[in-house]
Structure formats: structure tokens, C-alpha cells
Design a protein around this ligand. Structure first.
Ligand SMILES: C[S@@+](CC[C@H](N)C(=O)[O-])C[C@H]1O[C@@H](n2cnc3c(N)ncnc32)[C@H](O)[C@@H]1O
Ligand code: SF4
Length: 475
């Protein structure tokens, strides 16, 4: 298999090359690349030469976005064929992370979902099956993305810690038990939360949804979790969507569930990833299948929380029988939402280590698992409601969130479709201010390093105020 590539040439073509090399499973590697790519502009064309294993190929295309896409497509087919990978290509020349964002732009332009999908088919050669999924999601999402008020916002609060590291995860999160300044972090986070409360008041913001994610937010001890949640509950009006990522049942206690209830949280995620204990151990999760089931039953019996469950297709050692077990569990228990991710092998994750990759199922099996999950979920009454893609996904597939009708998590739609302002709290989180009709963004990124976040919080909050001022007061 090919592992690294190095590209030299014009920047706009470089980003297309990066996407397609990623889709062929290659990572950027300037030191020891297997594939060397050099591009130049020649008149009104790009000329891209590719050298690998003594073979040299040249691809040419116009200096336009269409020309770049065609080069990218030909490069992808070439790199996949070289590695003996089948040339499935359901997404055609579409390499972006948010296909549904483009779909909505085209619905705005051409007036209907049918016209929009037709344009996507013609422009990117996306398969009929993916177009059908896109259309179904477009129909479901449309009422959520049609322009609301500029003062409708969502809020994200990120807790950048976990208790153990899952092998596929590349998030730069630390282990909470090893962080020496836990009290300082909670104090800083509370400053951030209090400041958000006052921002919402002074700009008259209408907080539609709030999502507490991570990392593992439930890693905080019972008291700190309660303190933070009480702070957050001052931001989101009672009855609005308020979600807590409680993905790791090993970090959730009855006290934390009580805090959620009393702070009017109404959705949680409990994330099995797989219903197989051997795989759970291999991927570094700190919980068992029994822990997942116990927590699910407890939540169902004692609370009214809506539940999402995340799964991954393509985990090391995974076979089709495992996906059958996953879907049997879902179809018997019917959580409101289910998200089926396709494994993405990310640089910076332990799984990137090639020895572990040997146990990852091949693309065609992953594709079958994803398809099987889709069919079982649809028969059980779920509909797809959001979708996104990542680089380095097995088989260039996608992640799809499914929902029982009327139970979608609106925050997931907002974060993907980028039509509503999302302001964020916590290290590593990002705020994006969005304005219709073009939805150009103003952004602020909080530092990922928790010590830097603690040390610079006042200037970060000042900057956030200045951005809010420029967005809502000076229009
Ligand atoms: C942002 S993560 C946070 C979830 C939470 N920390 C947990 O692990 O339960 C959301 C979901 O992304 C998925 N995910 C994370 N890394 C992945 C990868 N490399 N490939 C595919 N899915 C991944 C997992 O299903 C995970 O539950
Ligand atoms: S997948 Fe979730 S629990 Fe696992 S390391 Fe990543 S953020 Fe933490």
C-alpha cells in the first residue's frame, strides 16, 4: 500500500490533490513520500506529473474549478488502481466534507430538491443512491435551514478531556486524571460560561440549542459536572434542545444523570461504537457491552432523555456479524437517533500505526456494513437527517445520522449546514458567526492548549465581545 505523498505546485490545485490523495489513503509526507507530485501552470492549463515506483503519469486540466476536479478525479482513480483498490466512486468528483451544504445552496438557487440533486449529478457524477440519500436529507433539513433570525444561535461547550484514548481518535485531548490544574480549568470554564450568559442577554440572542461535547464531558467529577451544567442551563431557555455527550458509560454516574435532569438537559449520546466486547477492548474503550445496555436501560426507566447512539463501521477485527448484532440491538431498543460512522484512519491516532491497520476490514466489507446498517435502520423506521464526510474514510464513504421521524438533533444539522451562528465555550472550540444570504463566516478559535486557555481567558472573552459587537451592532 502507498502511504505518503508530497506535492509542489499551485495552491488551488494543491487542495484538490490533498483531498484526493487522502481519499486514496495517502498522508502528506515531505520526508519520505511514496508518491511525488509536481504541478505547473502552462498557458490556461495545469500540468500535474505524478511519480511513483518508477512509473510516471501526467494529468492536465483547465485552470478552473472544473479542470481541477477532473485532474483530482483522474489522480484518485490512478492511485486506487495502483493499490489494487476497486474504483467505486459513488461520490464522483465531490470531495468536500459537507455535500448537504452544497445541496441547500443549490436548492436556494434552483428552487427545488429535485433540481438541486440534478445539478449535483451533472456536475459531480454522484451515484443515484447517494443522490437519493442527499435528497431525503435535504427534505428533512429544509425547515431547519431556511433562514431564521440573525439572533437565533446555538451554543457549544467543549470539555477537552477523556479518561482513556480510543485507538481511532486523533483529537488532541488529554487524560483528565493526569491534568494537574483541574480546579483552575473549571474556574476558567465558568468565567467563559458566565460571559456567554451576559452576551446572550446584552444582544438579545435566542438560544435554540446547546450542545455539551468533547472529549468526554462526563469525565468531570460529580460536583464539577453539576456546577458546569447549572451554568450552561442559564444560557439555554428551559424546553429548548440541550444535549450532553455522555458517550462513555464508564464516566457516567447516577448523580450526573440527576444533574442533567435537574438542569433540563433533554438529549444524551450513549456511544457503543460496537456491541462486541473483544473489539471494545481492542479499540481502547473503557466500557463493556453490558455497561452500555445498563446505562441505556437506566436512562429509559428513570428519565425522559432522548438518546443517540454512535457506531463505527470498519473497526479492527470487525466482521459483518458484528454489524448485524449492532443493528439487532438498535432495532430492539429504538433509541431516537443513531449515527453510523465510517472508520477514518487519522494521522495522530494510535490506529495510524500500520500494525494495527492490518486488522481493519477491507473497503468492500466496510461498504457492505454501511449499506446493511442503512437498510436495517430504514426498515425500523429511521430516516437519514445529516451527513458529512472526512478525509481518509474507508472507501471514501460518509457518516450518516439517522433519526426516528421528528426526533432529530437540531444542533447536528446546524453544525453541518453552517447557516446559524454557533458560539462556543471551552478550549479547542470554535465560534462561527453566520449571516444570510451568503453565510460568510466570522470565526474565533479558542486555544486547544488548556493552560493557554486558562492563562488568556480574559483577552479571549474581550475578542469575543468585539466580534459580537461587529456582528450584531454595526451591520
Ligand atoms: C466527536 S466523537 C466524540 C464522542 C465521544 N467522545 C465518544 O467517544 O463516545 C463523535 C463520534 O465520532 C466517531 N469517531 C471518532 N473518531 C472516528 C474515526 N477515526 N473514524 C470514524 N468515526 C470516528 C465516534 O463514533 C464518536 O462517537
Ligand atoms: S473517541 Fe471520544 S472518548 Fe475516545 S478518545 Fe476520542 S473523544 Fe475521547
Amino acid at each position: 500500500m502507498l502511504n505518503g505523498y508530497h506535492y509542489k505546485g499551485p495552491l488551488p490545485l494543491g487542495s484538490v490533490v490533498a483531498h484526493n490523495c487522502g481519499a486514496a489513503g495517502l498522508f502528506s509526507d515531505a520526508v519520505n513520500p511514496d508518491v511525488v507530485l509536481d504541478a505547473v501552470e502552462n498557458g490556461d492549463s495545469y500540468v500535474l506529473s505524478v511519480r511513483v515506483d518508477g512509473i510516471e503519469r501526467t494529468f492536465t486540466g483547465a485552470i478552473t474549478s472544473l479542470g481541477r476536479r477532473h485532474i483530482g478525479q483522474a489522480l484518485l482513480v490512478f492511485l486506487r488502481e495502483l493499490q489494487g483498490l476497486p474504483s467505486y466512486n459513488e461520490w464522483g468528483t465531490m470531495v468536500g466534507v459537507r455535500p448537504t451544504k452544497l445541496l441547500h445552496k443549490y436548492i436556494d438557487t434552483y428552487g427545488s430538491v429535485e433540481e438541486a440533486t440534478r445539478h449535483i449529478r451533472d456536475e459531480f457524477s454522484v451515484s443515484m443512491e447517494k443522490l437519493d440519500t442527499l435528497a431525503a436529507i435535504g427534505v428533512y433539513q429544509r425547515p431547519f435551514v431556511e433562514v431564521g433570525d440573525d439572533r437565533d444561535v446555538s451554543i457549544y461547550c467543549g470539555i477537552p478531556f477523556c479518561e482513556t484514548r480510543c485507538v481511532y481518535c486523533s483529537f488532541p485531548y488529554g487524560l483528565y486524571q493526569q491534568y494537574p490544574q483541574q480546579d483552575l480549568f473549571i474556574n476558567t470554564l465558568m468565567m467563559d460560561i458566565d460571559d456567554m450568559v451576559s452576551l446572550c442577554e446584552s444582544y438579545g440572542l435566542n438560544v435554540k440549542t446547546l450542545y455539551m461535547g468533547g472529549g468526554t464531558p462526563t469525565i468531570l467529577d460529580n460536583d464539577s459536572f453539576d456546577t458546569v451544567l447549572r451554568g450552561l442551563s442559564r444560557i439555554v431557555p428551559k424546553g429548548r434542545e440541550f444535549t450532553v455527550e455522555a458517550g462513555r458509560p464508564d464516566s457516567v454516574t447516577k448523580e450526573k444523570i440527576k444533574s442533567m435532569e435537574s438542569c433540563h438537559v433533554n438529549r444524551i449520546s450513549i456511544n457503543p461504537q460496537t456491541m462486541d466486547d473483544i473489539i471494545l477492548r481492542a479499540i481502547g474503550r473503557g466500557h463493556t457491552v453490558q455497561d452500555i445496555d445498563d446505562m441505556y436501560r437506566y436512562v429509559r426507566k428513570h428519565t425522559k432523555l432522548a438518546v443517540n447512539m454512535d457506531f463505527i463501521a470498519g473497526l479492527p477485527h470487525q466482521q459483518m456479524a458484528h454489524m448485524v448484532d449492532n443493528m439487532d440491538y438498535i432495532c430492539q431498543n429504538l433509541p431516537e437517533n443513531v449515527t453510523i460512522h465510517t472508520l477514518a484512519i487519522k494521522r495522530g491516532s494510535p490506529l495510524y500505526d500500520l500494525q494495527m491497520q492490518e486488522h481493519v476490514p477491507n473497503e468492500s466489507l466496510v461498504r457492505d456494513m454501511v449499506q446493511y446498517a442503512k437498510e436495517r435502520l430504514e426498515v425500523a423506521g429511521y430516516v437519514p437527517y445529516y451527513l458529512y464526510r472526512q478525509q481518509y474514510m474507508k472507501g471514501q464513504l460518509e457518516n450518516i445520522g439517522y433519526t426516528l421521524p421528528g426526533k432529530a438533533c437540531e444542533y447536528n444539522i446546524n453544525i453541518m449546514e453552517e447557516r446559524q451562528t454557533i458560539m462556543s465555550i471551552g478550549p479547542g472550540s470554535s465560534s462561527k458567526w453566520m449571516r444570510a444570504p451568503l453565510f460568510r463566516q466570522k470565526k474565533q478559535h479558542m486555544p486547544k492548549d488548556v493552560d493557554v486557555y486558562n492563562a488568556t481567558i480574559q483577552s479571549l472573552l474581550n475578542k469575543r465581545h468585539a466580534l459580537c459587537d461587529s456582528f450584531w451592532e454595526v451591520q
